[in-house]
Structures are given as C-alpha cells and as structure tokens.
Write a protein that binds this ligand. Structure first.
Ligand code: ATR
Length: 272
C-alpha cells in the first residue's frame, strides 16, 4: 500500500494540495497517496488521531487549525516554534513532528521564482496575525535593510516586533498602524492580512509603492484590492500561488527526502 498523506482543514474542498503533491510524486517517482480531510471545527485532534491510527504518515494543515497543530505535536522545528503554528506534520510511531514551511515557501518564491533578493531592501509586512507571524523569522533571515510590520491594530504589530527583535540581526525592525505609513515607501510589500479573502481593501496610501516595487499577496487565486492598488501605483503584483507550491515542495522534502522541481508545477497550476 502506498504511504498515505492528507491535507486537513475546514473547509478543504478547494485545496490544490492533492493535485500539487500528485505532480511531485509522479516527477520524483514516489508512490504516495494524498487525501483531503475535512475536520469538524471542534474535531481537529480526533480527525488526526483517526488518520494516524489508519497508518497516515504525515499531513499538511490549513486554516483554521495551524495553531492547534502546533499544540498537537510532540516535537517542533525551530521555525514552527517561532511561528507558533504548524503546516506540516510527520508521524513516526508515537512521535508527531511539526514544521512550518510557509515562510520558506514565501522566501523561495520571492528570491528564486521572482528573482527579488531582500538584502538591502525596505520591506513592508502588512498584518500581525498568524500568517504574518509564520513568515517573520525567514524574512529576517533574508537580511532586509528595514522591515516594518504595519497592522490595523498597531499594538499587535508592536507585540510581534518586540517578540522578534532578538532575531533581527542588522535589520531595522519597526511596527506601526496604517496611518503612520503616510510619507513612507518600500521596495517589497507583502500582504499577510486576511483582508483579501473577504475582498476588503487596506487603508494603505498609494505612495507606499516605490518605483520598481514588488507587491505580494499571500492569498492566491484572486485579484485582491491590495494587488489592484499595487498595479495602479506602478508596482509589479503577485498572488501567493508560488508560495503555495514552494511550501508544498518543502513539506514533500521533509516527508520523502527529495525536493521536487517546482517551476513546471507552478506553470501548470497557473494555466489550470
Ligand atoms: P491569519 O491566520 O490569516 O493571519 P488572523 O490571525 O485572524 O488570521 O489575522 C488576521 C490579520 O488580518 C490581522 O492582522 C488583521 O488585523 P487586526 O489585527 O487589526 O484584526 C488583519 N485584517 C483582517 N481583515 C482586515 C481588514 N479588513 N483590514 C485590515 N486588516 C485586516
């Protein structure tokens, strides 16, 4: 029987992960099965326990269970610990190892696929929830000159900046509310708020996009108001589809010991 994996979330019907992992498995000659598992909102642990008892080897975790997954694990990678959330589980007997490949996926999409190194760049991270926390450590490791966390509720941005200050290296790490962005401008702007999911616009001034700026929305599969504003302001705008494929490749590597090639999978996904 092939080794079995799953994506677990609520809802999970539209997840692209089974398709992506099927492409990876085919390309690397790995015999795996990858399912969708929709857990009830109050039944994440129960659903995972059942999947493990039936021989499941690992899982991807998506909304709204990433924080619950970090509590479920018996061991965490350093990046999952910093993120306080887990998107990749690996089961080994009684041990459940948790990792978070979201930040690595974002960084790989930015630096390899989109060719934008962050060294010496001024970076704006919008949002201070779980998605922002999940990518902060890898963003700081990429050594931007300045990283500003801006959030609708400024105190949450400030709390994140304080927490991640020990990891900032030479980066100027700051936090603010959206109003304080007046007069500021950035080279790379990343939207980690969930505003795009509901079609909500962000109250950021159009002048935050520097000439040649790259705007990135971690949401994928839709043109968010943030991306529309970025394009109207002359920036190049990207959704989070590349991040989705790259975080999946990192999960696949953790499970199978081989990192699949991603460019063809991303191109195929874009044309689907
Ligand atoms: P996630 O796990 O997706 O990050 P979350 O932890 O609930 O979800 O965080 C949602 C983030 O999106 C927060 O930064 C939130 O801002 P607040 O902290 O002020 O609530 C932000 N957000 C959601 N809807 C928004 C909107 N319409 N405008 C601005 N920010 C929004």
């Amino acid at each position: 029987m092939p080794d079995r994996y799953a994506v677990i979330g609520h809802p999970v019907t539209h997840s692209q992960s089974p398709w992506i992992h099927a492409q990876f498995a085919r390309a690397t000659g790995q015999d795996i099965e990858y399912l969708r598992l929709e857990a009830p909102l109050d039944g994440f642990e129960r659903t995972l326990d059942t999947f493990r008892a039936a021989g499941g080897k690992g899982a991807n975790v998506t909304l709204p269970f990433k924080e619950a997954a970090s509590r479920y694990c018996s061991a965490l990678s350093a990046r999952a610990h910093a993120a306080r959330s887990v998107n990749t589980l690996k089961f080994d007997g009684a041990t459940c190892y948790g990792d978070n490949t979201d930040g690595a996926g974002l960084l790989r999409d930015l630096t390899v696929n989109l060719g934008r190194a962050l060294t010496a760049q001024c970076v704006l991270l919008l949002g201070a929830g779980g998605a922002a926390r999940g990518v902060l450590a890898p963003l700081l490791e990429a050594l931007p000159q300045r990283l500003v966390i801006a959030n609708r509720t400024p105190s949450k941005a400030q709390a994140l900046a304080t927490e991640f200050a020990p990891m900032r290296g030479g980066t100027r790490l700051e936090a603010c509310g959206f109003e304080a962005l007046a007069g500021e401008s950035f080279d790379v702007l990343i939207n980690a708020t969930s505003a795009g999911l509901s079609g909500g616009a962000l109250a950021v001034p159009a002048a935050v996009f520097r000439r040649g700026a790259l705007a990135y929305d971690m949401v994928y599969g839709r043109d968010t108001p943030f991306l529309a504003l970025a394009r109207a302001s002359g920036a190049t705008a990207y959704d989070g589809l590349g991040m989705l494929v790259e975080q999946a490749a990192e999960s696949f590597r953790l499970w199978r010991g081989v990192r699949p090639e991603t460019a063809s999978v991303l191109a195929a996904l874009r044309s689907r």
